[in-house]
Design a protein around this ligand. Structure first.
Ligand code: ADP
Ligand code: MG
Length: 264
């Protein structure tokens, strides 16, 4: 978990009307689910909005071991005494902050049970271990994200959970926006970023066939960062694009072909 009360605004380039949706959801105390592929800007968006609204943000990266207790809290032994320690969700509820559950489908089933009473009109968090029942104050907001691209049927969000969240689809930005984002984040000039973004377009068109997932904006930023540090294009693309995307020699070859048609 990591808590941020960022004084400065993390850079986020809007791609549609997602900022308006977030603010209206926030004002009305409605939970929001962000769907989209890895590295397309979901986390950055939430960081940006939390800072813009001046809210503390509790981010939880969900994984298959994450239990309800990890979110709510637990009794811990401290200097011979047992003390209750709030988890990130409980802290966000007490403070009226924003709790962001990144990759929520990864979490264990008992986690969704905890979320249900928080995501309807009750807006309550039951802390079984202490007997406390917290009612979320105005200002508390639950945000979650997941990647619908993973073809894992067992890891789909249940309809009973999905229907408790407003939802918005995220995708890779348009070329113009992606060039601006990659240039801003890496410091590489837009003229040199443009072919990278063009390459990304081709790779994403291939995804699903040979590639499990297209290249993320994050990887493009890595490649551009290496180039901005003076690394040659070939080496930068090998380390930031080809290797991260494939373990299979065939796929690597196809990617190198694509690169040579663009960089010629
Ligand atoms: N619209 C955007 N505005 C600003 N930065 C972005 C945007 N989209 C992607 N990025 C950059 O891409 C990186 C990866 O995005 P991130 O929010 O971590 O992706 P996700 O949470 O969807 O996996 C961010 O650290 C940021 O540098
Ligand atoms: Mg993320």
């Amino acid at each position: 978990m990591n808590m941020q009360t960022t004084p400065h605004l993390p850079f986020y380039h809007a791609t549609a009307r997602e900022c308006e949706l977030f603010e209206t959801a926030y004002e009305n105390g409605l939970p929001l689910l962000l769907k989209g592929p890895t590295g397309c800007g979901k986390t950055r968006f939430v960081e940006h909005m939390a800072a813009k609204l001046g809210k503390p943000l509790y981010t939880v990266a969900c994984h298959d071991d994450l239990s309800a207790a990890d979110l709510i809290g637990r009794y811990l032994l401290k200097g011979g005494e047992t003390v209750w320690v709030d988890g990130p969700l409980t802290r966000a509820v007490r403070e009226g902050g924003i709790c962001y559950l990144d990759e929520v489908v990864e979490a264990r089933k008992d986690v969704t049970v905890v979320l249900h009473p928080l995501t309807d009109t009750r807006r309550t968090l039951m802390i079984d271990r202490t007997g406390e029942e917290l009612v979320a104050p105005k200002g508390f907001m639950l945000v979650a994200s997941y990647n619908p691209g993973y073809q894992n049927v067992l890891k789909r969000l249940k309809p009973s959970t999905r229907q408790r969240f407003l939802s918005a689809s995220f995708d890779f930005p348009t070329p113009e926006i992606e060039i601006a984002v990659v240039a801003q984040e890496s410091g590489l000039d837009a003229g040199r970023v443009a072919p990278l973004v063009r390459l990304a377009g081709h790779i994403r068109a291939l995804s699903g066939m040979d590639l499990e997932e297209g290249v993320s904006t994050r990887l493009l930023i890595y490649a551009a960062t290496l180039m901005a540090s003076g690394m040659g294009v070939d080496q930068a693309l090998e380390a930031a694009i080809i290797e991260p995307l494939s373990d299979e020699p065939d796929v690597g070859l196809a990617l190198r072909d694509l690169i040579s048609t663009i960089y010629g």
